[in-house]
Every structure is written in structure tokens, then in C-alpha cells.
Design a binder for this molecule. Structure first.
Ligand code: SF4
Length: 117
């Protein structure tokens, strides 16, 4: 079977054609596209972005993301963990707010700052 995808690794957006049996990729302009095409048909991953409430800041929410892409099937559980968490300021971009979320080996990190009230 052939799966048609658009590579999301850069703005060029190459149209990929991935053979799901032989795992051969056509249409990619670089190795990243080949890796992405194979990953999408074998174990797709996504970055997760969200927000967390801040308890002691004028800023009500701090934005967060996974430190690297996470398996698609784990996204729901990761979002549940993020939604349970409340954090305290000061928070700086890059701070780890949840370590090893859902035993994935991936952290949830801040993508914005929050000053203490
Ligand atoms: S295959 Fe390479 S050049 Fe094409 S969109 Fe992906 S990263 Fe960009």
C-alpha cells in the first residue's frame, strides 16, 4: 500500500509517497523526509503543546510543550497529566514542569515565562 504525506520538517513541504510494505520513500528532497515518511507509517509521533495554570502570578497560564515528539497513541494520557498540573512562579522558558511524563522519557517544558506576584 502507498501512503501520500506532506513532510512537515521544513517549509518546503515535499509530497512524499511511502510504500508501507517496503518502507521506501519517494518525493523527499533530503534524508529528513525519508525518516519522517518511515516514522509516520511505523510509529507516528507529534509534539504536544498546551498550557498550565500558574498559582502565584499575574499571568494565569504558562504555555508548555513536550521536549520532543511523543508517540501519537500517548498524546491523550500526556494531555491528561498536563491538565492535572498547577505550577508556581517564577517560571522561565525551558524549565521542566513535568519530568518523564507518563514514563515516556520526555519532559514537559515551559515555553513562556511567569513572574511571581
Ligand atoms: S523532505 Fe527535506 S526538504 Fe522536503 S520538506 Fe522534508 S525536510 Fe524539507
Amino acid at each position: 500500500m502507498t501512503k501520500n504525506l506532506i513532510c512537515i520538517n521544513c517549509p518546503r513541504g515535499c509530497n512524499l509517497e511511502v510504500d508501507t510494505e517496503t518502507l521506501t520513500v519517494k518525493g523527499n528532497s533530503c534524508i529528513k523526509g525519508k525518516d519522517y515518511g518511515i516514522s509516520e507509517v511505523t510509529h507516528p509521533k507529534r509534539m504536544v503543546t498546551s498550557t498550565m495554570p500558574v498559582l502565584n502570578s499575574k499571568k494565569i497560564l504558562v504555555s508548555v510543550k513536550t521536549s520532543s515528539p511523543i508517540n501519537k497513541e500517548d498524546i491523550f494520557n500526556v494531555i491528561k497529566e498536563i491538565n492535572k498540573k498547577k505550577v508556581s512562579a517564577p517560571i522561565k522558558i525551558g524549565d521542566i514542569l513535568i519530568s518523564n511524563v507518563c514514563n515516556s522519557g520526555i519532559n514537559i517544558v515551559a515555553t513562556s515565562n511567569a513572574e511571581e506576584k
